[in-house]
Design a protein around this ligand. Structure first.
Ligand SMILES: Cc1cc2nc3c(=O)[nH]c(=O)nc-3n(C[C@H](O)[C@H](O)[C@H](O)COP(=O)(O)OP(=O)(O)OC[C@H]3O[C@@H](n4cnc5c(N)ncnc54)[C@H](O)[C@@H]3O)c2cc1C
Length: 683
């Protein structure tokens, strides 16, 4: 048989088991296996609560996919679309560009994503627990709340810092509440200012019993045991809203400095965009896990709605089911490749396990019910052997054993990175940013000129569409829209730039009103300057020669050493409202306008002040070789009425001046008026 390409989207429990099973059954010359996952690791979600409570380190709950899946091409990229009819998928590649890949079979195993919008205010004030990043942020937050409480002198505020609310009484809510309670209470001996009764952990659940999946006897055991350990239960309580102070219930308000939300999920965007029947967002499949009406597209795990042939019920969204579906889906694909008949998904649940904190758990396995320490020991043993690699098993086993003897780690890792503002130097011709690159920085030009170069279907070799000089900035559009760079920026002269990283840029642009205003103006100006809406104007500007618009430079040329008094005389004697400044009568070093002169006078500058102190140094210029299109873009960018023209941007030898008025007049001559308008008669 020819080599088939099987693509799996999602490296969670379902996707990984599917890839492992396929690799075990198909030789590499028969099947190329490709697995896409947004992260480079599998998250072992049943242990996320342990990472929050410092029972495990964050590294222990993830396993690198490429070490887990030898013989499978692991691609850390996000799939954006699946074209089921065309057997092709589109993904966002490393450079932010969309790319495509054909497949023979595709398996959708994308899980689901947290959706905090289920309750007003939750998205703003609550912590989700779905990814290892969520666990890291929540753990850091809990520990920093404890640090704040320790140094807080107001008893009321201290208690608020130490009140933790967990919303949702399913497995993840119960485990998280138990772990937070254990972490905080078992660590109190290291905090001299915090008393036991300052701490509250509240578990809020909308039903009358926790853990609906297990037997009533075990649920009751879990509730009583957790309450004894210090967790307050609010059952039959529905959260109506969340604020920065706590959560609102139908019958009151629960105050808390930390809200953890374990309810609410929504479908992954790629599933949302998929053209296939779904129920409540989950992909409806045939009994063998193929998408309805498809022969080579499969769905497994939390993103799929699969009927379990064992009991005729839809499969619940659990890791146990996802894993088993991954294995059986792989078996079915192998059968299809060998022209065999597929089998319906069928699975008898092995058992239920839930840790409730305080070295206690509840478990139902093979018909046996367990609770307390024995159940906890079983829970740990089962999860240890469920971990997908031996190195992780040894590591996790060691961490658990360590905690039986030593206290939990209370170091609070701040994830903020050092903010960077750097200076960079570029030589003429150097590329500062490239079209299509993902955005990373914001640039302010200190000295020198740059040119904006854009490639397009009409100009695949690239076209200079604008120039920018000292004081201008670039890079803001891609950063703000989070899209790949829309054009390249190249140095025309030696250039010095200040580079701000994304975080610094976001912080400054949010808080500094003048920069925000300048950015908004630049974005409007630059998107208007794309000329896309006036193709006739663009064509005309491309045709015009800049040389046809150049006029002689205004005389006299001023020197940087001329005084304010002398400069005032020149403006009074000559009709021009600007002059060039040159130390040797050749090289342009500055520009002075009537506005600059008036500003210098009103700022109280003395008559003997040299021109160098109030002129515009190194002004934006055009080179004689520039196109009229660049000139037009420069007028729009700088808002000037005139621009100096120099022989080249390195020597800056003065050639003359171009006036925007002349350029406009020429455009009006050749471009017909917009539809519905006519040329006004000469007065
Ligand atoms: C805190 C917590 C505790 C839990 N405890 C238990 C438990 O005790 N027992 C149990 O059985 N279950 C538990 N679960 C549920 C269990 O984790 C899920 O049912 C299981 O992970 C589903 O597996 P999956 O393969 O369908 O999806 P997931 O494991 O969610 O994996 C999906 C993967 O697909 C990736 N992905 C999504 N879209 C794309 C895309 N477009 N391109 C590339 N990659 C993409 C995601 O990044 C993710 O890595 C828990 C879940 C949580 C959050």
């Amino acid at each position: 048989m020819s080599t088939k390409r099987i693509v799996i989207i999602g490296g969670g429990f379902g996707g990984v088991k599917c890839a492992q099973t396929l690799r075990g059954q198909l030789r590499s010359q028969d099947a190329e296996l490709v697995l896409f996952n947004k992260e480079n690791h599998l998250v072992f979600s049943p242990l996320l609560a342990d990472a929050v409570g410092s029972s495990l380190s964050l590294d222990d709950v993830i396993v690198p996919l490429r070490q887990l899946l030898p013989g499978v091409q692991c691609r850390t990229e996000e799939v954006k679309n699946v074209d089921l009819a065309g057997n092709r998928l589109e993904f966002e590649s490393h450079d932010g560009q969309p790319r495509q890949l054909d497949y023979d079979h595709v398996v959708l195993a994308c899980g689901n994503i947290s959706n905090l919008n289920v309750v007003p205010g939750m998205a703003d004030h609550a912590y989700p627990l779905k990814t290892v990043g969520d666990a890291a942020v929540l753990r850091t937050h809990i520990l920093s709340q404890m640090e704040k409480a320790e140094v807080c002198d107001e008893p009321e505020k201290r208690r608020w810092y130490l009140s933790f609310i967990v919303v949702g009484g399913g497995y993840s809510g119960v485990e998280t509440a138990g772990e937070i309670n254990d972490l905080v209470r078992s660590s109190l001996r290291f905090y001299s200012n915090i008393r036991e009764d300052d701490v509250t952990v509240t578990l809020i659940h909308s039903r009358d019993q926790l853990l609906p999946e297990i037997s009533p006897q075990l649920r009751e055991f879990a509730r009583v045991k957790m309450e004894k350990a210090g967790v307050s239960m609010r059952l039959n309580a529905r959260v109506m809203l969340a604020t920065g102070e706590g959560v609102g219930l139908k019958d009151g308000f629960v105050r808390g400095g930390t809200i953890v939300c374990t309810i609410g999920s929504t479908i992954a965007p790629v599933v949302d965009r998929l053209d296939t029947p779904k129920e409540k967002g989950r992909i409806l499949t045939d009994p063998d896990m193929r998408l309805r009406g498809r022969t080579n597209a499969w769905a497994i795990g939390d993103c799929a709605n699969i009927l379990n042939a064992h009991d005729g019920q839809p499969s619940p969204p659990t890791g146990q089911f996802a894993e088993r579906q991954g294995r059986q889906c792989a078996d079915n694909i192998v059968r299809v490749l060998g022209d065999g008949a597929t089998r319906p998904f069928s699975f008898k649940v092995l058992g239920q396990l839930c840790s409730i904190g305080g070295h206690s758990a509840v478990a139902e396995m093979f018909g046996f019910k367990l609770s307390g320490f024995l159940a906890w020991f079983t829970w740990r043993g089962v999860y240890l052997f469920k971990l997908p690699s031996w190195s992780r098993r040894v590591q996790v086993g060691f961490d658990w054993a360590w905690l039986l003897i030593f206290p939990r780690d209370l170091s609070c890792i701040k994830t903020d990175v050092t903010e960077r503002i750097t200076h960079a130097h570029y030589e003429p011709g150097d590329c500062i940013i490239r079209q299509g690159e993902p955005p990373s920085g914001f640039y302010v030009i200190e000295t020198g000129d740059v040119e904006i170069v854009r490639t397009s279907p009409e100009k695949p070799e690239g076209e200079v569409i604008a120039t920018l000089g000292a004081g201008n900035f670039f890079g803001e559009q891609a950063l703000l829209s989070n899209r790949p760079r829309g054009a390249s920026v190249r140095a025309r002269t030696p250039v010095e730039v200040v580079v701000m990283g994304r975080n610094v840029f976001t912080t400054i642009s949010k808080s500094l009103a003048p920069l925000r205003a300048a950015l908004t103006a630049a974005i409007t100006r630059r998107s208007a300057a794309s000329w896309q809406e006036r193709p006739a104007v663009l064509a005309a500007l491309r045709e015009f020669k800049l040389a046809d618009f150049i006029e002689p430079a205004p005389t006299p040329l001023l020197k940087p050493t001329d005084t304010l008094y002398e400069v005032t005389y020149q403006f009074a004697r000559h009709p021009s409202d600007f002059f060039f400044v040159s130390p040797d009568g050749v090289r342009l070093v500055g520009l002075i306008t009537l506005t600059d002169l008036l500003r210098a006078q009103s700022n109280g500058m003395k008559p003997e002040t040299p021109l160098a102190e109030f002129m515009k140094p190194d002004p934006a210029v055009l080179a004689v070789t520039d196109s009229a299109l660049i000139a037009a873009s420069a007028f729009r960018e700088h808002g000037f009425k005139t621009l100096p023209v120099v022989a080249d941007t390195t020597s800056r030898r003065i050639v003359g001046v171009v006036r925007v008025r002349k350029l406009i007049a020429r455009v009006l001559e050749v471009v017909p008026p917009p539809t519905g308008l006519s040329v006004p008669p000469v007065a």
